[in-house]
Design a protein around this ligand. Sequence first.
Ligand code: ADP
Ligand code: ASP
Ligand code: MG
Length: 412
Amino acid sequence: MALIVAKFGGTSVADIERIERAADKVAREVKAGNQVAVVVSAMSGVTNQLVGYCQDMSKMHDLREYDVVVSSGEQVTAGLMAMALQKKGVSARSWMGWQVPFKTNDIHGKARIQDIDTTELKARMVENEVAVIPGFQGVTDRNRISTLGRGGSDTSAVALAAALEADRCDIYTDVDGVYTTDPRIVPSARKIKRIAYEEMLELASLGTKVLQTRSVEISMKKNVPLQVLSSFEDHIGSDLPGTLVINEEDMMEQELVTGIAYSRDEAKITILNVPDVPGIAAKIFKPLAGANVNVDMIVQNISTDGKTTDMTFTVPHGELQRAIEVVEANEDLKGAEIKTAENVAKVSVVGIGMRSHAGVANTMFETLADKGVNIQVISTSEIKVSVLIEEDYTELAVRSLHAAYGLEGDAP
Ligand code: ADP
Ligand code: ASP
Ligand code: MG
């Protein structure tokens, strides 16, 4: 007997028929003698529609009310999933985030889970009742509904698996695993059978949508065995149908480059005529952090006149307006000029093998140069190289890099 958390993403619960198919998978686990908790997303497209309603109502809406609106999609699927299971003779009950409760902090719109009380869930799971939980939502100390940021149902599932000390967390989605890059852009991308937490964390945080970054962080920290697999395939008889996310030490071998990630959710801010004095970076970025703006890539130019310099950095699209307001209100930047660009994208190559091999960045720069793609900003870490480029070249860059690192074709 195993304790399993199974999460079904939006496309896997897109209509009644798919919810029933997902319920079949759960019923099979229960019949095999396993205890199961299910986490569901909203039906595909629903969260986007709800976000759209909030934006249409007001560009500067109250984030507490945003959470009330956008969390509702998951409530619908949780109820429907419980009904589908009951129809199949499986005992099931839905639990909203506030009922469990999934306690979060009060950063509305991108709250973090602080604690999950599993006492009641565990007691019922022992009696073979399947707990069905809406992903993405929680409750704050002030008893307000919160949401975990887009893609947050992955995080709900992994955090629940950690709290329940589950044997496995299965993330059912519309692809049968994690690929060397987005298979929608490169159809010949290769499925990765096993990937280290650290690499998955980089890929996710650099834009690979298949898992929310925070979910990988939690699984790495709490050692939750994580599997990404397809909700559309029948896995009977297959011991490793999807991709396993595991500890680096358990990896058999290391590729130089494991995958290519891209993110179109980038906006670039350049501040011209910044006084070139010690402490200026802190003076720029502290108020941005205070306003919850996630600053990513940063470059400071050298000063040509010894007095002023330029500072360029990137933020997610949704935070651009807030970032501009913060910079404009900054007393230390009087006389500076602000320029922004939204037509940029970040493309990254990731691989643990990079630690011990030189030349990865160079291959990237040469490949992009061959295709005439101009690099605007570069940032590196031990296991990744990222570049900021014009958004129109995203697909070209991903395809040519994927080929340049030999990632196509059958797994080695
Ligand atoms: P869900 O609704 O199940 O949460 P998502 O849309 O959030 O699913 O994530 C699955 C999608 O992630 C896939 O359809 C695929 O297009 C995209 N994706 C991007 N990069 C990758 C990758 N490297 N491997 C697999 N899928 C990827
Ligand atoms: N429904 C939410 C979203 O679309 C959460 C999720 O599906 O993970 O972002
Ligand atoms: Mg998702």
